[in-house]
Ligand binder design. Sequence first.
Ligand SMILES: Cc1ncc(COP(=O)(O)O)c(C=O)c1O
Length: 474
Amino acid sequence: MSKYQQLSEQIKQQIQAGIWHVGEKLPSLRKQAAYSGLSVMTVLQAYQLLESQGWIVSQSRSGYRVAPHAELDDNKPDSAIHPAESVDINDYIFDVLQASRSPGMASYGHAYVDPLLAPRHQVNRSLTTAVRFMSIHSVVDNLPPGNAQLRHLIAQRYAAQGMQVSPDEIVITAGGLDALNLSLRAVTQPGDWVAVESPAFYGALQALENRGLKAMAIRTHPTEGIDLDALERALQTHPVRACWLMSNHQNPLGYSLSDAKKARLAELVKRYQVYLIEDDVYGELYDGEHKPHPTKAFDNSGHVLHCSSFSKTLVDAFRLGWVAAGDQAQKLQKLQLMSTVTTSVPIQLAVAHYLHNRNYEHHLKQLRRTLAERKKATYQFLNAHLPQGVNVINSQGGYFLWITLPKDSDTTALYHLALKHHISIAPGNMFATHAQFAHCFRLNASYPLDHAHKNALATLCNLIAQHIQTLVKR
Ligand SMILES: Cc1ncc(COP(=O)(O)O)c(C=O)c1O
């Protein structure tokens, strides 16, 4: 099969698997060429083939869309919105994460970056120095909102992106998840509706479960991101209090929203007077020349609480994050005083010392380059070894690949099978309140494609092939 025929087959399978819905726009020729590593001409040939077979239609000046009869099961009026009155996912996630922890595991299931990529020696030296010079008044000095120098340095990083965020609105937290949870507590009451992506980061679903919130899962496209028309319908029809969303390198799909979508999202939360809790823990891990803006950059009404951390970029074990919380900053500090009191002082001082004295930008540049190379190599390896009917979604930046198997597959079963071979994956059911992603899984592609990982990935591909065979026989 030639390359354009292979690509057209892949897109056909994606339409059948519900990744592309009727009427939805396919990526432009240029974008598809970038995702697939093929030339624009080859992509054009693939699109023309699909068009001649009736799968897609071309529309003057607006590219190609999925043809009306091509989709299988998604023409109900609001299949784009999945309300769940309660969330019950914590036990499942706990079991999956616990089982993935044994030593010797090829850990493609968790979300942490390969720990060997952290600048450990420099960070450790900063920690030693910080502890040596820590004042006896340090706890009081670093109470919420947190260490002044660190907040200042974070504000300067926003400024470098053209954003005006005052150190006074920044609250230092014990990691990104703490930042997100505090924000959620600040802007919701138990029983409220919160809009999330579908699929969403499981930490968001756990947080909703923990606080007794209702989840409004909004259809989210694997490469284009959340369906903002569906979000707007949800805001019109339900008393949604907050949205917990990612704009850059979404977990688990990997996409980043376009600036136009970020601007519209900021406008929507302003118009409907809801808060956006923006999870941007992967924002620094872009692949390209320019750092993508968060949605916060488009916010002129103070409705966006921007949460991030150093866990994915510097060192995961430090558990240090922050919220740029605008006028909610005081409320967050009060909530913090009622829970953790303050973020670990030596860790705050160590990161402030590192940012001030070391070359964080240089480290980030290297990290981004390495991750981009590793993800590309893993993607290519998987594409060469996976059986027909399996698609790998590879967005620009970050380090996740989202893998879709044929619709009736069960990646929880695959996950249990893979564990027996000391391989962990993150099954699709971790990322949704409904079982609509049971045929998908997320793979952490931050590891080098060395001999051991090639073996583990080849085994995983074989297990997937076996799994698909069992479906055929049923
Ligand atoms: C999307 C997303 N948000 C937040 C977090 C939590 O970040 P932290 O480890 O800084 O608490 C994670 C960690 O996996 C994540 O993937």
